[in-house]
Design a protein around this ligand. Structure first.
Ligand SMILES: C[S@@+](CC[C@H](N)C(=O)[O-])C[C@H]1O[C@@H](n2cnc3c(N)ncnc32)[C@H](O)[C@@H]1O
Length: 235
């Protein structure tokens, strides 16, 4: 399933920037909650650089990890930035990283982990401070309810419990809405933003009927924000 997300991101990399106002807002808000001005930063699922673009303090080293070549090709480059084109769940990723970073951050990417708890645990061993924004199961809730599709996004409360196992953290659940003048534009946005699963699970006629019968004038998103320090550092 992850591979299909990657293909989806790669396919839409050219249009990603213009169809991602929610992810842009999310990255901006996530970075604004980081107050410590960390010097070394690891960004998991860095994409085209929304996290990096919002950093307004001086840093020494920024490492972005993304499995989509097309997305990471759009990331800003400079001598302080290293981009690793790899799956952040790969067991060999740690070999390419420093033992620890001042900040490990991930915006709009961890919801696709096969094993999100393993990723959160890995994060807690790899940073002095963590900042995470994860799309949750209230995202596109009306579409899931109408279509009967199985929700693949994590539940915010369940996810918060996992974060609290590994981090002493501050959390916030925020909802976002984007309005559209017609349903077709809304469904195009889903396709091009890469927030959907990227897996075609509805037939063409089911999709048509969903587009015709979608009752809202907006798309709904819910994001869990976490800022915290690893509990391992407290031992
Ligand atoms: C919605 S985009 C967010 C990009 C960026 N963080 C932002 O805020 O705009 C999610 C990114 O995560 C990447 N991604 C998803 N699953 C991944 C995985 N298992 N390993 C590495 N990158 C992954 C995708 O390629 C994509 O670039």
């Amino acid at each position: 399933m992850i591979l299909e997300h990657i293909k989806e991101f790669s396919r839409h990399a050219h249009s990603y920037d213009s169809h991602t106002c929610v992810q842009k807002e999310v990255a901006k808000y996530l970075v604004s909650g980081v107050k410590s001005k960390p010097k070394s930063i690891l960004d998991l699922g860095c994409g085209s650089g929304e996290v990096y673009k919002n950093i307004d303090w001086e840093i020494e080293h920024f490492v972005g990890v993304d499995s989509s070549q097309e997305m990471s090709d759009k990331h800003p480059t400079c001598k302080d930035i290293d981009i690793i084109n790899e799956d952040f769940e790969s067991s060999t990723l740690a070999l390419k990283l420093q033992p620890s970073y001042d900040l490990l951050i991930s915006s709009s990417a961890l919801q696709w982990s096969h094993d999100i708890e393993k990723m959160i645990q890995f994060a807690s061993f790899t940073c002095k401070e963590g900042a995470f924004a994860v799309f949750t199961d209230k995202t596109f809730e009306t579409i899931y309810t109408l279509s009967g599709l199985e929700v693949f996004l994590p539940n915010a409360q369940a996810l918060l419990k996992i974060f609290e196992k590994y981090f002493t953290c501050k959390s916030e659940i925020k909802t976002f809405k984007i309005s559209f003048s017609d349903n077709l534009s809304a469904f195009r946005y889903i396709k091009q933003s890469g927030v959907s699963g990227g897996k075609k699970r509805l037939s063409v006629s089911q999709t048509k009927s969903l587009i015709q019968n979608y009752p809202l004038t907006y798309l709904e998103f819910e994001v869990l924000f976490i800022w915290g320090t690893p509990k391992t550092l407290e031992l």
